[in-house]
Every structure is written in structure tokens, then in C-alpha cells.
Design a protein around this ligand. Structure first.
Ligand code: GLN
Length: 544
């Protein structure tokens, strides 16, 4: 039978509930316990796919094409496993299922209510995610007391009842430091635990986010006030990198009470490799500067997976990857050579819509003409092709149908009736709504032998990477591109998946999102090659 660890949050958001959940799951997995992890989001959206990145951060794409919360990305990176769309659900999905059932007449004339119908559906989904594993870590989004969260807490209370001894609650809370009084304060945590208990859930463990170490007598006081054992009061002090957290939690003995609660033998996680990589992140030997040319820079969480993937690659090269954040819209009216002065590489990530596109094209042109190591991702590939078409092929009007729907030169275009290569079903027509109609999830890509891309993937012939886009490179222009030196180095069933330049140190762009498959222990190969080439070019040019 599955054991459940429910992670709830108190006082305020952004306390690191996601990292705590991911760390606990990572420690269990590294102790050979078959563990999976689920994120519940209490918002009404069916999935975050239609939300602005500036509002909600990145949309993380699972291999099976789910558009999920960015915490799923942390989970995959920490537990080094591939999750599915089943590992994230929202209030919107719960209600959608219940309402569909009601319309079908499945409830046989009953009145549909939050308790028991919505709570039953929540419990069904939690159990489904926990099928076939020994432990399921469940992170409940939001903070205890939120209106949206109420049905989820009630579902967990019921679950606790039916799963005696198989459910363990970790409550993540804040112990603020008041500088003028030079004091840490326990009251907010006491209040949030009181709120949790009012709902019928007693925490088994407290994880306390704090700027400073929490003295033992303060931990004793909290243990008493919140009715938990002293060894279950765990402090979480700000770390140099999020990857340090599993190590810190392990040192503070977090696994012991969990093992005792579930009747496991002593857990001894193997963290040797993890420790080595964390050390490389904290004390790197060298550094490079990458120009990150994006447009969602107000909220860096919009590029979470990519930033993490570059951190992983840096750790494997013992090099700190520093970013120069360049707002693509601002680049449109300024001197690009000044903005990119001295960088070791240029990165153009994915994006949607017209805003900032011309600035990105300027940066791409600069990298191409000045032999700067370049990686374009998704929109970055599309714009690299538009730039090349305009400035090398002389097609002045070259653009994407995303920006000019009726353009005469659709170098990037919308395939009218996109057929899912895997399922064989049509997933989009011109009239399709926005939600869930993109090319999503993992697809196969064939690599051109001898290309830079094939080299990045250790000369593999075939790779699998994840996608999230609506538009495609137009095959009609392919011959002209290749004649002029822009080579298609990755393709799949007639679709252009990757391009690169022949006469350039390293200029490569991919239609897929390599960042989604990068993990600390196994960095994504094309991102690793990008960092390695930036380091090599830095060393070469500084010598010459
Ligand atoms: N906007 C482009 C498309 O829909 C690129 C998407 C992306 O960069 N993820 O095809």
C-alpha cells in the first residue's frame, strides 16, 4: 500500500514548498524507496498553458504533452525521473471531470456537492498518482486558509482517516527575523498550525524557513505549541543553491521520523554524486557570460528550466554560467554591439507573439556575423531562419505567420491540419481554440550524421526531445537555406527540427525545448555542448 507525504504551506507563499517536496522525494529515491510526486494547484485554470509567463512563470511540458506547473520541472530535476501529466492537477480539472460525469448522468439524479463529489474526485486523483509506488509526495499549492484550497484540505483530512499510519503531513512555514528587535518570531507558525488543526489536520513535521539558525529552545517551544516531536522541527535556512537543500535536510535528520512513521528500516541516501555537483555549483573554477535575450525578464521564473539547465551544464564543466539579461524589446532601438560587448555566447529562448521579435533578430545577426557561440530555442530557431532569409537569401519580407498572418514569405508557418505523429490524430485546425492545441510533448528527431548537433548527442542517430509550439519552419525554403550554408541537422517526418551554420564556430538552433530534459545528474546534451563551446571559444580568443 502506498504511503503519502502531504506537504502544506503556511503564512505566505514562496517559502520553498516545491523545493522541500522535491528534496524529500529525492532523498527517498536515493534511499532506494520507490517514490513519486504530485502537485495540486488550487486555481481554476484547467492547466497553466494559457497563463502569461509573467503572471505564473514557466509552463513545464511533460514527455506525454502535459502543460504543467513549473514545480513539476523541479521534481524531474531533483528526482531524476520522467513524470507525466498525471503528476499535476488543478481545481479546473477536478470540476471538469465532475461536471462531465454529471452531464452524462453518472450521478443518477443526485445533487452534486463539494463534499462528497469534488472531494471524492480529488482523492481518486491523488490515489491514481500514487499507484505502483511506495511513497507519493503530494504538494498542495497555496497557503492554509485560502478559499480555493478548502476542498483539498478536506480531501486530505478524509484520506488521513482512511489511511491510518500511511499519511504524514509536513507543514512548511516561516520563522521571520525582526531586525530591530534582533529576534526570530514563532507566532506566525503557531497561527498557521492552529488554522491547519481547525480544518482537522495535525502536522507531523514542521519545516521552518528562516534567515538564521533557529535556537534549540525556540524549536522546543514550537514542538510543544504545535504538538510535534522535537526531531520533527526542521529548519530550512537560505541556501547558496537550491540543490543544496536535499543535503541540508538530510543533515538535519529529516528522514528519520518519516522512516519511523512508515515502518521503514533506517534510510541511508546515496548522495556522493549529488554532493560533488553541488560543490561545482558553489565553488566553480571558471566562468562564462551568456547574453540571455528574452522578453519575460520581469519574472525570471518564466525561464526556470532553461536557467536550471545552464546551471547543470555549468556544474558539469566546473564553470559558473553568468547571465547578462537583455530585454529584446529594448534592443530594438539601441546599439547591439554595445549591449553584447564581451559576452561569450548568445542565447535566444522560446517566446510567443510579436513584441520584442526584431530585437532578438538583431542579436542573432550580431552573433552570426561576429562568430559568437549561439543557441536558439523554439522561437529562437524560427527567428534565426527569418534573419538568415532576410540578410543572406535577400528575402526582405521573410517572417512568420505568427507575426504577419497573410505574409507572402512565410518562412515560418502554421501547418493547417497538424497531425499528431505519435497518436495519429488531428490536434489542430485553423479554427482551434488556444488551450491544448500546440505541438506538445516528446517527439522523435533524426540527426544528420557529422553535424554539430549529432556531435552534441554523442553521434546518436535519433533523439527524443519535448516541444511546445504552434508554428513550424517551412520546408519550401529548405533548398535555398542549405545552398547558402544553413544546414538542417535535425528533422522528423519532413519537419525541420534543428539548423546550424557551416562556417561559424558554433551556431545552432532547435525547434524543441532541450531545457525540459536537463537534470543535475544528467544535463541536456545540446545545452552542455553550448556551454562547452562557449568555454572553448572564450579560451581560444583570450589566447589569440
Ligand atoms: N511562438 C512560436 C510558436 O508558437 C514559438 C513557441 C516557443 O518558442 N515555445 O511556434
Amino acid at each position: 500500500m502506498t504511503n503519502f507525504i502531504i506537504v502544506t504551506g503556511g503564512v505566505l507563499s514562496s517559502l520553498g514548498k516545491g523545493i522541500t517536496s522535491a528534496s524529500v522525494a529525492a532523498l527517498l529515491r536515493n534511499s532506494q524507496i520507490n517514490t513519486s510526486i504530485l502537485k495540486i494547484d488550487p486555481y481554476i485554470n484547467v492547466d497553466p498553458g494559457t497563463m502569461s509567463p509573467i503572471e505564473h512563470g514557466e509552463v513545464f511540458v511533460t514527455a506525454d504533452g502535459g502543460e504543467t506547473d513549473l514545480d513539476i520541472g523541479h521534481y524531474e530535476r531533483f528526482i531524476n525521473a520522467t513524470l507525466s501529466k498525471r503528476n499535476n492537477f488543478t481545481t479546473g480539472q477536478v470540476y471538469q471531470t465532475v461536471i462531465e460525469k454529471e452531464r452524462r448522468g453518472d450521478y443518477l439524479g443526485k445533487t452534486i456537492q463539494v463534499v462528497p463529489h469534488i472531494t471524492d474526485e480529488i482523492i481518486r486523483r491523488i490515489k491514481a498518482a500514487g499507484k505502483d509506488v511506495d511513497v507519493l509526495v503530494v504538494e498542495l499549492g497555496g497557503t492554509v486558509g485560502d478559499i480555493e484550497g478548502a476542498p483539498f484540505y478536506e480531501a486530505i483530512r478524509q484520506l488521513k482517516h482512511s489511511l491510518k499510519g500511511k499519511l504524514f503531513n509536513i507543514h512548511v512555514s516561516l520563522v521571520p527575523y525582526i531586525a530591530v528587535a534582533d529576534e526570530l518570531k514563532t507566532k506566525p507558525t503557531q497561527h498557521s498550525v492552529a488554522e491547519l488543526r481547525r480544518i482537522g489536520i495535525s502536522p507531523d513535521m514542521l519545516v521552518l524557513r528562516s534567515e538564521k539558525p533557529i535556537p534549540k529552545d525556540m524549536r522546543k517551544k514550537l514542538a510543544l505549541a504545535c504538538d510535534v516531536e522535537l526531531d520533527c522541527v526542521i529548519e530550512a535556512i537560505d541556501a547558496k543553491t537550491i540543490y543544496e537543500m536535499p543535503l541540508k535536510f538530510n543533515d538535519s535528520g529529516l528522514l528519520k521520523p518519516i522512516a519511523a512513521a512508515f515502518g521503514f528500516e533506517e534510510l541511508k541516501p546515496d548522495l556522493k554524486e549529488w554532493k560533488r555537483l553541488v560543490k561545482a555549483i558553489i565553488e566553480p573554477q571558471g566562468e562564462i557570460v551568456i547574453a540571455f535575450v528574452g522578453k519575460y525578464l520581469e519574472l525570471k521564473e518564466s525561464y526556470k528550466s532553461l536557467i536550471e539547465a545552464l546551471t547543470h551544464a555549468g556544474a558539469h564543466c566546473n564553470t559558473k554560467v553568468k547571465f547578462r539579461w537583455i530585454d529584446s524589446e529594448g534592443l530594438e532601438n539601441c546599439d547591439v554591439s554595445e549591449a553584447l560587448e564581451g559576452v561569450n555566447a548568445v542565447l535566444v529562448p522560446g517566446g510567443f507573439g510579436t513584441r520584442g521579435v526584431e530585437g532578438k533578430i538583431k542579436a542573432i545577426r550580431y552573433a552570426r556575423e561576429n562568430n559568437i557561440v549561439f543557441l536558439g530555442i523554439c522561437l529562437g530557431l524560427q527567428l534565426a531562419m527569418i534573419e538568415f532569409a532576410r540578410n543572406i537569401l535577400g528575402i526582405a519580407e521573410a517572417t512568420s505567420q505568427e507575426f504577419v498572418a497573410d505574409t507572402t514569405e512565410p518562412v515560418i508557418y502554421l501547418i493547417d491540419e497538424f497531425i499528431d505523429q505519435v497518436g495519429g490524430k488531428q490536434i489542430r485546425t485553423h479554427q482551434s481554440p488556444m488551450g491544448g492545441t500546440m505541438r506538445l510533448g516528446e517527439y522523435e528527431c533524426n540527426l544528420r550524421a557529422g553535424s554539430k548537433l549529432a556531435m552534441a548527442y554523442a553521434n546518436a542517430e535519433k533523439i527524443h526531445e519535448r516541444h511546445r509550439h504552434r508554428y513550424e519552419a517551412n520546408g519550401k525554403y529548405r533548398e535555398r537555406f542549405e545552398k547558402a550554408g544553413l544546414i538542417v541537422s535535425g528533422e522528423a517526418k519532413g519537419l525541420i527540427e534543428a539548423i546550424e551554420l557551416n562556417n561559424h564556430p558554433w551556431f545552432l538552433a532547435v525547434q524543441f525545448h532541450p531545457e525540459f530534459t536537463s537534470r543535475l545528474q544528467s544535463p541536456n546534451r545540446v545545452i552542455l555542448a553550448f556551454v562547452q563551446n562557449a568555454i572553448a571559444e572564450k579560451n581560444r580568443t583570450s589566447k589569440s
